[in-house]
Write a protein that binds this ligand. Structure first.
Ligand code: FRU
Length: 496
């Protein structure tokens, strides 16, 4: 269909049919990355949740699998996580088999005659490397009758304390638990009331340790997705940097000062990266973590102009921690595996940009499976705007304003937009934090998404769009004065 041709991404994961939201249960084992996801197989809008499933050897190309978890008498299957229980601490493993995979998720049951849900935490385990799951006989593992929003357990192995730690979202705070066997959980502490962004409900937390680049030090990072209340409206994921002593999470003092003085910190300032968490058992040799998010926003996800399926995931990303003059900040970049798909290359150096200047068009390279790197070594002027356009007059504009130090994406004229008032009601902005005089960027383009990684991943923006015809030209213009684009390199990504 034309919808398939126009809008089905070339390389971002989408379910073959029906509705998808959050990534769930991500783990790596025996050569495969697993991605489960919030899935409503019977419709293209949200409804009774299942866990869909896909596998990949490189986090880029995915193969969808049969549904892994179905609703049961405790409720539908909301978001959660999975770990590889290498030591068989749970006893779910059988001596002759691979390590058990233990998933923990929220059972969510609508209460009779009221708008609330009873949300409890349940367990399921797999003895065939994540293909099929058996629900634990003593579910729910964590019961709950008091807390309204109580969900999205993310389990991680705490190597320092040799125990499992779990973070759980509880409305306006994160609750921390620990366990020796993944079955009996003890409440340790909570974090977050009055701290950070509270424009909406706290959801989908993650907790992990990261080495600080170039040092022997390491810090703990806490992700908290919130909806609404994101920096540019609707859903978004904030992060906190601090220390976890096995019981409580404490924000780093400088991070806290910066957060109170400036703004909250977000893993992505675009409007379409939500509920992202890390893969378990996939820490890279250098200590970095791998994440991926849902590439949509609750503000309009259910009405975007696709019918047979709805929503895609972001590209998988590598997360690192740096300490610079600003303090601790995450660096988030596409996973290296993406470079394996590079084919045709286009490169230009030292172009003086005086007016709107064509960089590349669709005769030279398809602009819907493309990775672009650019570098401007001297940013004394007022900034620049890239324009992705088609002959129908649609334009997706993005770039940087040096005068107010804002990166931006402007999709107000990017194509179809009247399906929701909120979709294209503003220009999304992200304050630049890097103090460098030069500016580098990576741009990843698919048919319906752009992912921008500025300053080596210090500021990230991800947004979706629905042009009336494929964009066929990328150009760049100065926001005011001419400037030199030192180099720009585009790679066509080939997925056949
Ligand atoms: C986040 C979320 C989670 C919940 C799931 C339900 O997008 O609201 O908190 O578990 O979606 O599908």
């Amino acid at each position: 269909s034309s919808e398939e041709d126009l809008y089905r991404p070339n390389f971002h994961f989408t379910p073959k049919k029906a509705w998808m939201n959050d990534p769930n249960g991500m783990f790596y084992y025996n050569g495969y990355y697993h991605l489960y996801f919030q899935y409503h197989p019977d419709s293209n809008v949200w409804g009774p949740m299942h866990w869909g499933h896909a596998i990949s050897t490189d986090m880029i190309t995915w193969v969808e699998q049969p549904i892994a978890l179905y609703p049961d008498e405790l409720g539908t299957i909301f978001s959660g996580s999975a770990v590889v229980d290498i030591g068989n601490t749970s006893g779910f493993g059988k001596a002759s088999e691979a390590s058990p995979i233990v998933a923990m998720y929220t059972s969510s049951k609508k209460l009779e005659g009221d708008d609330n849900w009873k949300q409890t935490q349940s367990i399921a385990y797999s003895n065939d490397e994540g293909k099929t799951f058996t629900k634990y006989e003593n579910n729910p593992a964590i019961d709950n009758n008091e807390i309204k929003d109580f969900r999205d357990p993310k389990v991680t192995w705490d190597e320092d304390r040799k125990k499992w730690v779990m973070v759980l979202a509880a409305g306006d705070k994160i609750m921390f638990y620990d366990s020796k066997d993944l079955k009996k959980w003890h409440l340790l502490s909570d974090f977050g009331q009055g701290i950070g962004g509270h424009g909406g409900v706290w959801e989908c937390p993650d907790l992990f340790q990261l080495p600080v680049l170039g040092t022997d030090e390491s810090k703990w990072v806490l992700f908290v997705s919130i909806n609404p209340g994101g920096p540019n409206g609707g859903s978004a994921t904030q992060y906190f940097v601090g220390d976890f002593d096995g019981t409580t999470f404490k924000m780093d003092k400088d991070f806290e000062t910066a957060l109170n003085k400036e703004h909250n910190y977000w893993i992505d300032f675009g409007r379409d990266n939500y509920a992202g968490v890390s893969w378990s058992n996939a820490t890279k040799k250098d200590g970095s973590k791998l994440i991926l998010g849902w590439m949509s926003n609750w503000d309009y996800a259910q009405v975007v102009p696709t019918e047979t399926w709805r929503s895609a995931m972001t590209i998988a990303r590598k997360v690192q921690l740096q300490k610079n003059n600003n303090g601790y900040r995450l660096l988030i970049n596409p996973v290296n595996e993406l470079t394996n798909y590079r084919s045709t290359k286009y490169k230009k150096e030292s172009i003086t940009i005086k007016g709107d200047t064509k960089i590349i068009d669709s005769n030279a390279m398809d602009l819907a499976s493309t990775e672009i790197q650019f570098n401007i070594s001297n940013l004394k002027h007022e900034g620049f705007t890239f324009n992705l356009t088609n002959k129908q007059g649609d334009t997706l504009a993005f770039g940087y304003n040096h005068s107010d130090k804002n990166f931006f994406i402007d999709r107000r004229k990017s194509g179809k937009r009247d399906f929701s008032e909120k979709f294209a009601d503003r220009v999304s902005m992200a304050k630049r934090t890097s103090l460098n005089t030069g500016l580098t960027g990576t741009i990843i383009l698919d048919k319906t998404s752009i992912e921008l990684f500025f300053d080596n991943g210090e500021t990230v923006m991800t947004e979706i769009f629905f042009p009336n015809a494929p964009y066929d030209k990328l150009s760049i213009e100065p926001n005011n004065q001419e400037f030199v684009l030192d180099d720009i390199e585009a790679h066509k990504l080939n997925f056949n």
